[in-house]
Structures are given as structure tokens and as C-alpha cells.
Write a protein that binds this ligand. Structure first.
Ligand code: SF4
Length: 74
């Protein structure tokens, strides 16, 4: 339940609007991942074997939970 006093309400709203995941993935983007192979403006994720559609197409700014840092890309 939101507080009713104006100063408490303002602090409550600031907390509520804060995104705890903001910038969370900056260090784990495809651009710095060892599975990422750049192909022009896009890239391919080689984390797993290709499917009938080939390797997944990703942007360098994408990310996923399988990210593995390639120290040569940072
Ligand atoms: S999709 Fe995941 S595993 Fe694939 S290149 Fe991007 S971060 Fe790495």
C-alpha cells in the first residue's frame, strides 16, 4: 500500500519507477561473448549446433544467460 504523506509518497514513487535491471546486461552482451561471430551488421550465435535455419542471428547488443566472456573482445 502506498504511503499517504507527500514526502513519503514521492520517495515511494521514485523507488517504484526504478528499474533494478537497468544496465544489468551491459557486461554480458553478444559483442563480448565467445560464441558470437560477427557477420556484417549482425552476427551468429554458435553456442549450439546449427538447426535447419542455421545458427541463430543476433545483434551484438543482444544477450542471453549462456554468455561466456571472451577476454580478447573486451
Ligand atoms: S545469444 Fe547468448 S551465447 Fe549466443 S552470442 Fe549472444 S550472449 Fe553469447
Amino acid at each position: 500500500m502506498a504511503p499517504t504523506r507527500p514526502e513519503e509518497y514521492q520517495a515511494y514513487k521514485e523507488l517504484e519507477n526504478r528499474d533494478p535491471w537497468k544496465h544489468r546486461t551491459q557486461g554480458t552482451s553478444c559483442a563480448t561473448c565467445m560464441w558470437f561471430v560477427e557477420k556484417g551488421k549482425l552476427g551468429r550465435c554458435r553456442r549450439h549446433a546449427p538447426t535447419m535455419s542455421g545458427y541463430p542471428v543476433v545483434y551484438s547488443t543482444d544477450w542471453c544467460g549462456d554468455h561466456k566472456l571472451d577476454e580478447t573482445k573486451v
